[in-house]
Design a protein around this ligand. Structure first.
Ligand code: GLN
Length: 508
């Protein structure tokens, strides 16, 4: 394992600053490793020329002792649904296979301004619809923690941002950008044993993120530690004139306290009983209980709370998701946007054929269902009703975080991220996308419905040697406390995201 991979972003950039290591060497090594680890299928496209140029410029800035930021020279991978100027952005779909955006998503332009080195684009489920990174025109992404990567019984990386999670877990980059609409950052983070943050809705600009569900989409962050995650969050957050849904108030950079200075005595932790649900594995339950005990022993108040509408959430999410998908996907007609079929018999025929060829069955099913749910005769019964229940779900969170009496209020909710360790590809892919998501999104999508921040952190390994993770949630814009508590837990459990012995498995 390359020694610099064990370092935090802070340690890395301080070595850049004192000349012990060069951004060019780190970028070069990452590009070489990414090619050697092709079997993971984390990247769908490397951009070596751009990366080398960015690393060279970074090195020159360090030589002049003028780095752009604390991220200067740090290698980052970008999910393939974020627009990157002059670099293909496909959403892992045939529909956008030839799309080369003329502009950068705000997240990408802010990272570039910070001096980061963007290595390339990562794999995902088509248009981010999925929870396994198995439905991609580039084939599935593998989980590096799999007992065996070469046989047919490897584990999924989770999804839909599995490529970025896999790249960070494999040490191909220091951080990754994903998107999170119902769990797509936290789910693969959980399975790949890395930190995955879904920030408060509107804290990070969606400009240039190809939309799935506009009212829930948030750029997500992967890193191997909570403090690395904060470094990225600080670089990409804040108002953006190009996205009217960004929070207007100026963003104050987070500065987490040192672990010893985190006072859990003033923190109230809630354990929502509805997350103790069908399908929760004994190992995840045990992990959840142990961490709750750990927090309590350290002085936090830990209490059971109720979020009564949790069970309805997955259905409401599915209705709203499909309705927004039906409208978002309308733009891909083969004329203005997207893949164009060769059938030119009529405009209607061209639309139909282009969409039939461009979308996979998952996308088509969601468009058809969404349009059905939005028919005038169904609108009130499904869409309107789902919006009303969405409000109840958000109110459940508001109650436990803000409006209950002081004794019943909590600051942080602690839950599983996923119900089990990473499933085998063979088991997972035998289910329909709908059944996959119903299980995978159970613990994650409520946070998207409420817009609140949530983070997944790896805790320990299962008996099979796979990461088990937990999720923390807090009220909107409370990332400072959320990530401080995450950092405290991280320090206690001392999970090593790079302990997957990948090199041995691949005999590198
Ligand atoms: N699994 C969910 C879905 O398919 C979440 C996807 C996401 O967060 N992008 O809709």
């Amino acid at each position: 394992m390359r020694r610099h991979l064990q370092w935090s972003i802070k340690q890395l950039t301080s070595r850049y600053a004192d000349g012990q290591l060069s951004p060019r060497r780190v970028a070069e090594q990452a590009l070489e490793d990414a090619v050697n680890l092709k079997t993971l299928n984390a990247f769908v496209r490397l951009t070596p020329e751009e990366a080398r140029q960015q690393a060279l410029e970074s090195e020159q800035r360090y030589q002049k002792k003028q780095p752009n930021s604390s991220l200067d020279g740090v290698t980052i991978a970008i999910k393939d649904n974020f627009c990157t100027k002059n670099v293909h952005t496909t959403c892992a779909s045939r529909m956008l296979q030839d799309f080369v955006p003329p502009y950068d998503a705000t997240v990408c332009s802010r990272l570039r301004q910070a001096g980061a080195v963007l290595l390339g684009k990562t794999n995902m489920d088509q248009f981010a619809m999925g929870a396994g990174t198995v439905d991609s025109i580039y084939g599935p992404t593998k989980n590096i923690w799999s007992e065996d990567l070469t046989e047919n019984n490897w584990r999924i990386a989770g999804g839909s941002s599995g490529g970025s999670a896999s790249a960070v877990a494999a040490g191909l980059c220091f951080a990754g950008i994903g998107s999170d609409t119902g769990g797509s950052t936290r789910n693969p983070a959980s399975y790949c044993g890395v930190v995955g943050l879904k920030p408060t809705y509107g804290l990070v600009s969606r400009h240039g993120l190809i939309p799935l569900v506009n009212s829930m989409d948030v750029p997500g962050i992967f890193a191997r530690s909570v403090s690395d995650c904060v470094e990225i969050l600080n670089a990409v957050s804040g108002p953006d004139g190009k996205d009217s849904t960004t929070i207007r108030q100026p963003f104050t950079k987070l500065q987490l306290p040192e672990v010893d200075a985190i006072d859990l005595g003033v923190v109230r932790i809630g354990i929502p009983k509805e997350y103790h649900c069908n399908g929760l594995s004994a190992e995840v339950l045990e992990t959840w209980t142990k961490v709750a005990d750990l927090l309590e022993c350290a002085g936090a108040s830990v209490q059971k709370v109720s979020l009564p509408n949790t069970a309805a959430s997955i259905f409401v999410y599915s209705i709203l998701n499909q309705c927004e998908v039906a409208s978002n996907m309308a733009r891909y007609d083969g004329i203005e946007y997207g893949h164009r079929a060769s059938d030119e018999r009529s405009t209607e025929q061209l639309y139909a054929q282009s969409r039939a060829e461009g979308f996979n069955n998952v996308v088509k099913t969601r468009i058809l269902t969404g349009n059905f749910l939005l028919l005038r005769k169904n609108y009130d019964h499904y869409f309107e009703k789902a919006l009303r229940v969405r409000r109840l779900i958000a109110e459940d969170f508001a109650k436990v975080f803000e409006t209950s009496s002081k004794e019943d209020r909590v600051d942080i909710l602690l839950t599983p991220t996923t119900l089990t360790e990473a499933p085998l590809y063979s088991d997972f892919s035998s289910l329909s996308n709908r059944d996959q998501c119903a299980v995978q999104d159970f613990c994650t999508q409520p946070a998207n419905m409420a817009g609140i921040p949530a983070v997944s952190i790896p805790i320990r390994l299962s008996k099979a040697g796979l990461p088990l993770s937990l999720q923390l949630m807090s009220r909107s814009l409370n990332e400072q406390l959320l990530l401080s508590v995450a950092r405290w837990i991280e320090a206690q459990v001392a999970f090593d995201s790079l302990d997957h012995r990948l090199e041995q498995k691949l005999s590198l």
